[in-house]
Write a protein that binds this ligand. Structure first.
Ligand code: MTE
Ligand code: MO
Length: 357
């Protein structure tokens, strides 16, 4: 029987969730050893189908409430001043599958993250060239992919306020880790909004339209909301909440992923921490519920994760390791996350069970 996605569940994973999970892979947490996530290990989230885009005939349309609408080819955009930025991206639904009851959508645990090096051109100079009308309030970004969600058919679209797109780090990107975007990451061009959860960084971008009313389309109004029930509008999900994750220590059991560590030596627990709200100022590691500060390493860039490490004297027995980040706004990760209807922004602390033998 088909389980409606509006019925949150704490039952077994449904085939629909599995179907989404096999299309939308996560980043294996051991990949946090790399400063820059290899493209093939970066997480993926695609709502509909990956569209087939012919780069030669593709054009980006810039229009709406502007004085001078225009279109650009990929060559035009590649010829503009380029910047490269390491940016940690995270899906707003990361952690969803740990909420009870479990909201039905892509069932992420911890792994909807990646830190790529993106190359492109800053968006604001382009909008300046188009000349925004005085009554323009938002920019609407349209992707080439199309499908239905809750019976509403639409192209994937998200908007941002004029204020937000003035940030120089908001860019149109055509390369990831020095290579043209892969089809699944938005070839030939995507928006990149550092600091915001991933849904804002529209892939397969084909249009940018200045609008005079706030956009109320499906991906803006019906989803990406912190809310308690279907009929509530709720607050919009925007910036990435602080999170620390650890590289799973020792070796795993294949099926359960339970970790085994050898006793009699100091185990270096390491990981990454990030926040879209401000710099990471503290990471703590919990060993069986008792917390100590980890040593912070460098940040890979102003919008990228920061490394951390902690020397653990592993004594024989069963242990629970946890990690918790705090950012410069004072926000810290909760131990228990209050439930929300769509399973958004669950940044509760990671716990890893370890057997020391
Ligand atoms: N056009 C389009 N853009 C999109 C999406 C999509 O389904 N279609 N998914 C969004 C979401 S929810 C996330 S988390 C990121 C994921 O980017 P990635 O697959 O390159 O990691 O892309 C965003 N941009
Ligand atoms: Mo997402």
């Amino acid at each position: 029987m088909y389980t409606k996605a509006s019925d949150p569940t704490d039952g077994p994973l449904t085939l629909e969730e599995l179907q989404l999970a096999t299309r939308n892979r996560g980043m294996p947490l051991e990949a946090m050893r790399y400063d820059i996530t290899p493209v093939g290990m970066h997480y993926l989230l695609t709502h509909f189908d990956v569209p087939f885009v012919d780069a030669d005939s593709w054009r980006l349309q810039v229009g709406g409430a502007v004085a001078r609408p225009f279109e650009l080819s990929l060559d035009d955009i590649s010829a503009m001043p380029a910047q490269t930025l390491a940016v940690t991206m995270e899906c707003a639904g990361n952690g969803r599958a740990r909420l009870r009851p479990r909201p039905l959508s892509n069932p992420w645990l911890y792994e909807a993250i990646g830190n790529a090096e993106w190359t492109g051109t800053s968006l604001w100079p382009l909008l300046d060239r188009a000349g925004l009308n005085d009554d323009a309030v938002e920019l609407l970004f349209t992707g080439a992919d199309r499908g239905l969600q809750k019976e509403v058919e639409h192209n994937y679209q998200r908007s941002l306020t004029v204020e937000e797109v003035k940030r120089p780090e908001v860019m149109l990107v055509y390369a990831m880790n020095g290579r043209p975007l892969e089809p699944q990451n938005g070839f030939p061009l995507r928006l990149l909004v550092p600091g915001w959860y991933g849904m804002t960084s529209v892939k397969w971008l084909q249009g940018i339209e200045a609008v005079t009313q706030p956009f109320t389309g499906y991906q803006q109004h019906n989803t990406y909301r912190f809310k308690q029930s279907a009929d509530e509008l709720g607050e919009p999900v925007q910036r990435i909440r602080p999170r620390a994750l650890m590289v799973p220590p020792g070796v795993p059991d294949y099926f359960s992923r339970h970790r085994m560590v050898d006793a009699g030596r100091v185990e270096l627990i390491q990981g990454r921490a990030w926040s879209g709200q401000g710099e990471i100022t503290k990471v703590e590691v919990g060993v069986d519920g008792s917390w100590s500060e980890a040593t912070l390493g460098d940040s890979v860039g102003p919008f990228a994760w920061r490394s951390w490490s902690f020397a653990w004297e592993a004594k024989p027995g069963e242990h629970t390791l946890s990690c918790r980040a705090t950012d410069s706004t004072g926000a810290a990760q909760p131990i228990d996350q209050p439930w929300n209807y769509q399973g958004m922004g669950n940044n509760s602390v990671q716990t890893v069970a370890v057997t020391v033998r």
